[in-house]
Design a protein around this ligand. Structure first.
Ligand code: HMG
Length: 385
């Protein structure tokens, strides 16, 4: 039985900052941010947006009355949870009017959460072939004003419908994974911003990729030549390049050049929005499928990395009519119709939040779903009429 991604949706907030303007405001060389880090723009979420509203936005694009009734599993992968107890997936069910006969919950393991969800969805569909699983990655990456990580912030979500009728990507059930307790990046429950040992996190990311690639080749008897492209978790777009450099000299120069060229297609959207945390790998996948010349049957290798840390390397095959099932115009209009805000506007938004007893004026909302108020410390969401 084939199992894989039947539909994929993407959302990023309507406002962004220009990375050159950020560099100038922070007294940095613009080239450090655009070349050394590899970013152009950074998404800035509005105060009424969070992991729940963004998850609803991306999932709504791929659901209709017919596929909703077949869903048996709803997973939100996020490290930007809005509640220590209740899962984002439950708010999502309400906003999207999903049926109650499902298992709905949240997975947290930094940027690995959605991949854990995807693998769980694979297992779910393999034992329930007529059912589908909704896996949504949704996050706000925040390090704080004037921190080294600030240039790598971002926000957005990617939703995937997993089923036994994959139309976009067939998962191959070939995977190498590893976990280790590492202090490279963390966010204590009291803090809205993450703490990172930046250079150390780069080092662990690369080490995990190298270890898993060695293991993957041995276990599945493959070489780099078996893959059209290698897609990476993209905290900032230079990161995948750094991991890929470990292949230089170990594979043919032609193959290395080809993989580097393919990688460029996968980072086009990441350059425009920044880190989506657990959605970053999947935005990279979407970027690659839309912008490259990939053809049906091509094999892709995907590297998922979540600080803390868990890594997984797995392969997937591009489906026959994948282009028909991707909403290219939606993705492009979402990215092209955003509003640039100044660095001081971004700094002001960064310091604001909706507090208990406050409500949001719906006329300022740009998307479909929003946090409408916090009442008795409970977050209440609405769909824009
Ligand atoms: P930094 O110390 O400000 O930057 O922090 P740097 O000094 O390392 O410079 C960055 C690059 O710019 C270097 O290139 C410089 O040479 C270059 P590299 O050596 O790395 O190839 N550079 C220039 N290039 C062109 N023109 C110039 C110029 N000047 C310098 N004029 C750092 C950078 C990424 C560490 C920081 O932003 C950070 O801490 N970010 C957050 C942590 C992070 O993203 N880690 C990535 C791996 S961990 C991960 O992916 C998981 C994560 O997504 C979280 C999760 O799982 O939930 C983060």
């Amino acid at each position: 039985m084939d199992i894989g991604i039947e539909r994929i949706g993407f959302y990023t907030p309507n406002s962004y900052i220009d990375i050159v303007e950020l560099a100038k405001a922070r007294g940095q060389e613009p080239d450090k941010f655009t070349i050394g880090i590899g970013q152009d723009k950074q998404a800035v979420p509005a105060i009424y947006e969070d992991a729940v509203t963004m998850a609803a936005e991306s999932a709504d694009q791929i659901l209709d009355d017919s596929n909703k009734k077949d869903i048996g599993l709803v997973i939100v992968g996020t490290e930007s949870s809005v509640d220590e107890s209740k899962a984002s997936a439950l708010f999502l069910m309400d906003l999207l009017d999903l049926p109650e006969n499902v298992r709905a919950f949240e997975i947290k393991e930094a940027c690995y959460g959605a991949t854990a969800g995807l693998q769980m969805a694979y297992n779910f569909v393999s034992t329930n072939p007529g059912k589908k699983a909704l896996v949504v990655a949704s996050d706000i990456a925040r390090y704080g004003i004037n921190t080294p990580g600030e240039v790598t912030q971002g926000a957005g979500s990617v939703a995937m419908l997993i089923s036994s009728t994959p139309q976009i990507l067939k998962l191959e059930n070939k995977s190498a994974y590893m976990s280790r307790n590492v202090g490279d990046f963390w966010r204590p429950t009291f803090s809205k911003t993450a703490f990172a040992r930046g250079k150390f996190s780069n080092q662990i990311y690369i080490e995990f990729f190298e270890t898993l690639w060695k293991r993957y080749q041995k276990e599945f008897d493959v070489t780099a030549d078996d893959f059209k492209a290698m897609l990476y978790h993209i905290p900032y777009t230079k990161m995948g390049t750094k991991a890929m450099r470990t292949l230089e000299g170990k594979i043919s120069d032609e193959k290395y050049a080809q993989l580097q060229a393919e990688y460029k297609y996968s980072i086009q959207y990441g350059r425009e929005v920044g880190n989506l945390y657990t959605g970053s790998l999947y935005l990279g996948l979407l970027s690659y499928l839309i912008n490259s010349a990939v053809t049906p049957g091509d094999e892709l290798l995907l590297f998922s990395y979540g600080s803390g840390a868990v890594g997984e390397l797995y392969s997937a095959k591009v489906c026959e009519n994948f282009k028909q099932y991707i909403h290219v115009k939606n993705v492009q209009s979402l990215l092209n119709n955003r509003k640039k805000i100044s660095i001081s506007e971004y700094e002001s938004i960064f310091s604001q939040s909706v507090r208990d007893g406050e409500s949001v004026d719906p006329s300022v909302v740009t998307g479909e779903f929003y946090l409408s108020e916090i009442k008795e410390n409970e977050r209440l969401y609405k769909t824009k009429q």
